[in-house]
Design a protein around this ligand. Sequence first.
Ligand SMILES: Nc1ncnc2c1ncn2[C@@H]1O[C@H](COP(=O)(O)OP(=O)(O)OP(=O)(O)O)[C@@H](O)[C@H]1O
Length: 253
Amino acid sequence: MSVLAENLDWGVGRKTILHDVSISVAPGETLGLVGPNGSGKSSLLRLLAGLKRPRAGLVTINGKSVVQVPRKALSREVAFVQQSAATETSVSVLDVVRLGRTPHRSALSGWSAEDEAAVTEALTRVDMLGHRAQSWQTLSGGERQRVHIARALAQSPRVMFLDEPTNHLDIHHQIEILRMVRDLDLTSVIALHDLNLAAMFCDKIVVMRSGSVFASGTPAEVLTEELLREVFRVTAEVNCITPGAGPHIRFTP
Ligand SMILES: Nc1ncnc2c1ncn2[C@@H]1O[C@H](COP(=O)(O)OP(=O)(O)OP(=O)(O)O)[C@@H](O)[C@H]1O
């Protein structure tokens, strides 16, 4: 499914938070959203997921305006892993991931073998099946993050929005989660702070600055030494070590 944002404006009160933002994600593509703190990445993801309405502009997923699709129907296609999402504390890991199946069930339908298979597969993919009976409250920060990703996967979405999904994760799980999202047959938009991971796993990168798109393109086109200096205020060497792979950034003191 394609995701298209056209000329989005959004703000709170008199404050403009996003201005004239346009992005386009082709079916199956993984788009990385990068930018300094406060540049508007989470706000843009909320607009893309239909949780907020833009003041101007339009978000369409597969040609349909997200704010016009009923929420349950949207949840069958679109999953959103939000930053530090909260969960009721007195539930098990399995309960949390089972919630991901809600959009696919009606009031009358029982728990099906398909639901069970989706939950088991999601837990396996994030390496949390062995924790399924554990209370969510007792999980570590990285384990909680992986369970929230599993809940989104259990939705069997065709589009996924992820807000800093690698937060709290050790380097093995950072790489595994991003590899999995890239390799799944879905369209994804991922807000990320680690520019080397963005270069490794994203087909395209959009760089946000002060609520607007500063640059967009392939990692090699976008992640230049000049852009890193101008947008992120860091000096770095950018090298393409392996032909065909993304650029590698070495930050210099
Ligand atoms: N509801 C709100 N009311 C007032 N200001 C807001 C609101 N939501 C976001 N902002 C402001 O909008 C700007 C963009 O915030 P946003 O969370 O989208 O940035 P971000 O790029 O995701 O940042 P970070 O990298 O720190 O997570 C920030 O300055 C933030 O303080």
